[in-house]
Write a protein that binds this ligand. Structure first.
Ligand SMILES: NC(=O)C1=CN([C@@H]2O[C@H](COP(=O)(O)OP(=O)(O)OC[C@H]3O[C@@H](n4cnc5c(N)ncnc54)[C@H](OP(=O)(O)O)[C@@H]3O)[C@@H](O)[C@H]2O)C=CC1
Ligand SMILES: O=CC(=O)O
Length: 330
């Protein structure tokens, strides 16, 4: 039987490549970063499978790959899939849920701690030689806000939200509210979490964590009116996608003191533009989209994405098809 042709859009670990080579005829973008669009479109004319990370899979791309049957992304988020285009051309989309939950949750707690205890800001102060005698013990200038026993609100209580809840409630004794479109009774039982509407969550929480996927319904999900509901002492944490927030409204809320600070792993434009006002704010912690970025977790994600692709191409029933395209398996 002929082996399916696969294109890999970015360098992957040698062990993952070796696994793919056992099952497929692979070609790979060998340079740093991700294959640029033009080169990608040229490379996929013959392929049945695509292993990717963030490359836009839209009608134009699918038109360049008439034999394509499956696209597997090395990420849990798949907002770069045009689901209608994939459905109409019967191309299966696969992603990597679960393997990154703990790693991303660790980072969210780090953002909460870093913003509220001013870790990045005060690290910069110490390194700049500005730590003056007596200031840390006698003055309020280095005071932060407690995370332990504070009120946490999670918007998007899914797989990663659950891992955040576990840390926050069992580790830090936080009081938890959450908002989803559907209730999660098991989370309510496990964490004593209270389901509430978005407005109540925003009004009551000391930390608001946004963890929804980016979908047509969640573009600018958190806007001006939402920041206006939040406490002036609250911290806003976003590790979902930059476009789930109206970034201009968030900047205004931070500048005007409507909220106290923010911890951000994601931005409207990535890499974030050097003139973005967020980069000048000492009360905002900024990270370069590193939620899942540990060596082990990125390896596990790449291996899972490779296995997903092989399953989809060899005719067995793949486990991690994105939910909107599962009907293609019937
Ligand atoms: N910063 C980083 O590096 C990373 C970012 N991410 C981002 O995190 C996202 C979440 O991942 P994961 O937890 O695995 O996903 P899940 O699908 O498990 O959870 C998402 C949750 O969001 C809720 N949700 C979806 N749409 C809405 C809506 N319109 N309003 C309110 N709630 C909504 C869902 O509940 P319901 O359907 O009931 O509303 C669900 O509970 C990813 O899609 C990705 O964008 C993920 C990994 C790393
Ligand atoms: O942002 C990362 C992801 O896995 O989604």
């Amino acid at each position: 039987m002929s082996r399916p042709k696969v294109y890999i859009t970015k360098p992957i670990p040698a062990e993952v490549r070796a696994y793919l080579d056992q099952h497929c005829d692979c070609t790979q973008w060998e340079e740093a970063g991700v294959a640029p669009r033009e080169r990608l479109l040229e490379a996929i004319q013959d392929v049945e499978g695509l292993l990717t990370h963030g490359s836009l899979v839209d009608d134009e791309l699918l038109g360049h790959a008439p034999k394509l049957r499956a696209v597997s992304t090395i990420s849990v988020g798949y907002n770069h899939f045009d689901l209608d285009a994939m459905r109409s051309r019967e191309v299966i989309g696969l992603h990597t849920p679960y393997v990154l939950d703990d790693t991303v949750a660790d980072l969210v707690l780090a953002l909460m701690l870093s913003a509220s205890r001013r870790i990045a800001e005060l690290d910069a102060l110490v390194k700049a030689g500005k730590w003056q005698k007596g200031s840390s013990t006698n003055e309020q200038e280095h005071f932060g806000m407690d995370v332990h026993h504070a009120k946490l609100g999670i918007i998007g209580m899914g797989r990663i939200g659950d891992a955040i809840a576990k840390r926050a409630v069992h580790g830090f004794g936080m009081e938890l509210r959450y908002y989803n479109r559907s209730r999660r009774p098991e989370a309510e039982e496990r964490y004593g979490a209270q389901y509430c509407d978005l407005e109540e969550l925003l009004r009551e929480s000391d930390f608001v964590v946004l963890m929804t996927p980016l979908t047509p319904k969640t573009v600018h999900y958190i806007r001006k009116e939402h920041f206006e509901l939040m406490k002036p002492t609250a911290f806003f944490i976003n590790a979902s996608r930059g476009q789930t927030v109206d970034e201009a409204a968030m900047i205004e809320a931070l500048q005007s003191g409507k909220i106290r600070g923010a911890g951000l792993d994601v931005f409207d434009v990535e890499p974030v533009q050097p003139d973005n006002p967020l980069l000048k704010m000492p009360n905002v912690v900024t990270l370069p989209h590193i939620g899942s970025a540990t060596a082990q977790t990125r390896f596990d994600m790449a291996m899972l994405a490779a296995r997903n692709l092989v399953e989809a191409l060899n005719g067995s029933r793949p486990q991690h098809v994105v939910k909107e395209l599962q009907s293609l398996l019937n």
